[in-house]
Design a protein around this ligand. Structure first.
Ligand SMILES: [Ca+2]
Ligand SMILES: [Ca+2]
Ligand SMILES: [Zn+2]
Ligand SMILES: [Zn+2]
Length: 354
């Protein structure tokens, strides 16, 4: 293929994604680019060498990884477009660009994001591909959302296998996972029928997304968002919004809250970045405005999305699509963690990486 043709095909592959999102992409040959495309052979500087003709065709790095934005194609493939004599560059590029934009593999065989290469023409996004990319970036701006889509389909877009979570809390012995306006409810390891549901159906007046949540010893649920907090008695609001400053917390936008117990005394920890603040529920006050360091939680990453204490007393910390289980006695992360949130809590299948 000529260089001009390759450029054209790569543009076409990006066009497949930009057609269904508000994203715009343009080629730059100098300055800084968000996405870098390269054709490489064998060892080429990352730890994923290519293998000559056949086998591995290409790979791309997910956002928020060290090499985010990089897409590598195996130079040794016989790249072609629209015929069966080689490997179809449009198919492979569209798949890899999906990864570089943040999509994982799809389990649907007709999806562009299916992990197995198939030469199918014309190239078309499946509903699953479209839902995935629109979940990340939304629909194109010029088009009104399709009004025939029901609320159910909206909820379907919130795929627990792909998302990260805003907050998680044990409430009345059940686990509640929060993401945007939605909540998933898990009882005895089973996702309950009718979930995800709007969180406002349980807690009227809850903000449309929350930063953190926990249930205190008397069964009240505390929600945090920005510089405010709310307290609910089961489903009814008792107080809020009130400023977190009233709790003596020196920061807003906390990332997680963890209800804890030390010698049968209730404790709560608020987390933000690599810091945490112990909160004293008896005094209704943060113990010390000076934060503790995450190093106290050996093995937990500095940027967590959510935290909760499970019924066995372990602290669980979530970051992205993984979680870490922390042993309160040994004061360290359990062997074998992090693990996938989707697989352990929502019965999602393992994603294969290509
Ligand atoms: Ca190869
Ligand atoms: Ca959070
Ligand atoms: Zn590479
Ligand atoms: Zn892939």
């Amino acid at each position: 293929m000529s260089e001009g043709r390759v450029r054209q095909v790569l543009q076409e592959a990006f066009g497949v994604w930009t057609a269904v999102t508000p994203l715009t992409l343009r080629e730059v040959t100098s300055g800084e680019a968000d996405i870098l495309i390269d054709f490489n052979r064998y060892w080429h500087g990352d730890s994923l060498p290519f293998d000559g003709p056949g086998g591995i065709l290409a790979h791309a790095f997910f956002p928020r990884t060290q090499r985010e934005g990089e897409v590598h194609f195996d130079y040794d493939e016989h790249w072609t477009v629209g015929n069966n004599v080689g490997t179809d560059l449009l198919q492979v590029a569209t798949h890899e660009f999906g990864h570089v934009l943040g999509l994982q593999h799809s389990l649907e065989p007709d999806a562009v994001m299916c992990p197995f290469y198939s030469d199918s023409y014309p190239l078309q996004l499946s509903e699953d591909d479209k839902r995935g990319i629109q979940y990340l970036y939304g629909p194109p701006r010029h088009r009104q959302p399709d009004m025939t889509e029901t609320n159910e389909i909206d909820v379907g877009m919130m795929d627990a296998c792909r998302t990260n979570f805003d907050a998680v809390s044990m409430i009345r012995g059940e686990l509640f996972f929060f993401r945007s306006a939605y909540v998933w409810r898990i009882r005895d390891g089973q996702l309950q029928a009718g979930y995800p549901a709007l969180a406002s159906r349980h807690w009227r007046g809850i903000p449309d997304h929350i930063d953190a949540a926990y249930e205190d010893t008397s069964g009240n649920i505390w929600f945090f968002q920005g510089d405010s907090y709310w307290v609910f008695d089961a489903e009814r609001k008792i107080t809020g919004p009130d400023s977190v400053r009233q709790l003596g917390l020196p920061v807003s936008d906390i990332q997680a809250a963890l209800k804890w117990e030390e010698d049968h005394v209730e404790k709560v920890y608020f987390f933000k970045s690599a810091s945490f603040w112990p909160f004293n529920p008896q005094e209704n006050r943060v113990d010390d405005v000076r934060p503790g360091s995450m190093q106290a939680w050996g093995g937990i990453p500095g940027n967590i999305d959510a935290a909760f204490r499970d019924k066995y007393g372990y602290a669980n910390f979530l970051s992205g699509q993984h979680y870490w289980k922390f042993d309160p006695v040994a004061l360290k992360v359990l062997e074998g963690f992090p693990r996938s949130i989707g697989m352990d809590f929502f019965g999602c299948s393992a994603f294969l990486y290509k």
